[in-house]
Design a protein around this ligand. Structure first.
Ligand code: ADP
Ligand code: MG
Length: 382
């Protein structure tokens, strides 16, 4: 893969590029907590985008997307969006550097990778973060990593129109081999926690569906959380976001909240508590407990937060009778995308066959199934 990217660069632009990589991410626990200023537990994975890049001493940026076989060129000072969706992640990132008046020139860039697009593994964040990391290095700007993640997030807000939290960009940039990141979405402070996967494998299972409900329901969930927060604050004025609330507080307001809003708030509060428990489970090398928290998260997302779908529920339910699976849950915003499974490595193959065949029997198509490893965040390769 890397060699192909470099070769295409040489064919298109001649000369020797510098090579960077940017990983996608999983989130082990802490779903729909980010916009409630809560905790998430992401990790960078060995699904990556590679970038071959070199400054060209003009004010033009030339970009070739290997996977799309498409080319984009734009002037540094031109803030316009492109008709090509993929190009906007790069244009948007470059604009953050221009707006902040960093000294950059134009560049030639070839990129491509193996993160499945739109599967919830944050290929878009990898695209932004890889671009930001590469610009920071080739122009020797010395921008701290947290600022790079924030610039990448802004690119997504402004050029892709997706009001995402900071988790995806943060994980792609800060990932650490064999560690999960406990990220506090309020302060953007974080700690690393080793995860002992000597006998386990993290297995992604892609439903291959993305129900159109996803965007509108996401906005509705945000409003419902906000509504719950306002009611909680009438009794507990020190609560600034759902992150500060406890299950006991939510219980006392049972009769003031509609059933739906009560359920949403209860899920978020419990999910934040689960993330804290999960970190303790990791410290004790207790992956059985960690897995049971994943199952609890799925139940909460399905029954209280109502963002699952039949395809995701089936993939999780299929694992319930399988002793080699410690935990399974839908990952990401919901209404499609992947489940994340914590599986004993020695049974990986038989489980993969079982899930694929069972899913095929119901939905007439094979889910994509891929094991992932936890790796370092964005870096320079050569
Ligand atoms: P996710 O981030 O979950 O993968 P998004 O819809 O946010 O899904 O981002 C996917 C989009 O990012 C793609 O439609 C494409 O525009 C862009 N993208 C990601 N990876 C690549 C790639 N390797 N080549 C070209 N475009 C890419
Ligand atoms: Mg994305």
């Amino acid at each position: 893969m890397q060699n192909t990217i470099i070769q295409i660069f040489k064919d298109l632009y001649q000369g020797e590029p510098v090579l960077f990589r940017a990983p996608g991410r999983i989130n082990l626990l802490g779903e729909h907590t980010d916009y409630n200023e809560g905790f998430v537990l992401p990790a960078a994975i060995d699904r990556e985008i590679f970038f071959a890049i070199r400054p060209n001493e003009t004010d033009v940026c030339n970009v070739y997307a290997v996977d799309m076989k498409e080319q984009d060129s734009f002037h540094l000072t031109d803030p316009a969006k492109s008709e090509l969706a993929w190009a906007n992640y790069i244009r948007g990132t470059v604009q953050q550097f221009v707006k902040a008046a960093y000294a950059i020139s134009g560049f030639d860039l070839v990129f491509g990778g193996n993160i499945p697009l739109g599967a919830g593994l944050s290929s878009s964040a990898a695209l932004e973060c890889g671009t930001a990391t590469a610009l920071n290095e080739i122009f020797e700007l010395g921008i701290p990593k947290v600022s790079l993640a924030l610039m990448a997030q802004k690119a997504e807000h402004e050029y892709a129109g997706v009001k995402c939290g900071i988790m995806d960009q943060f994980a792609s940039i800060h990932g650490k081999h064999s560690n999960v990141i406990l990220l506090d979405c309020r302060s953007v402070s974080y700690t690393y926690h080793p995860i002992d996967l000597t006998q386990y494998t993290l297995l992604l299972c892609n439903t291959g569906v993305k129900h159109s409900l996803a965007d509108s329901e996401y906005n509705t969930r945000r409003q419902e959380c906000e509504q719950g927060l306002q009611t909680i604050r009438t009794q507990y004025p020190l609560v600034e976001s759902l992150r500060d609330a406890t299950s006991a507080m939510v219980m006392t307001l049972h009769y003031q909240l509609s059933t739906v809003v009560f359920n949403r708030c209860m899920y978020v509060v419990q999910e934040n508590e689960r993330v804290q428990q999960a970190v303790k489970a990791l410290a004790n090398h207790d992956l059985k407990l960690f897995g049971s928290l994943m199952y609890q998260t799925h139940a909460g997302l399905s029954e209280l937060y109502e963002v699952s779908c039949p395809e995701l529920d089936l993939l999780v339910d299929l694992t319930l009778d399988r002793p080699e699976v410690s935990g399974s849950r839908m990952m990401g915003g919901g209404f499609g995308g992947c489940t994340l499974n914590l599986v004993e490595t020695q049974h990986l193959e038989s489980l993969t066959d079982f899930l694929s065949e069972s899913y095929h029997r119901v939905y007439g198509k094979m889910p994509e199934v891929y094991p992932v490893k936890i790796v370092d965040g964005c870096n320079r390769l050569i």
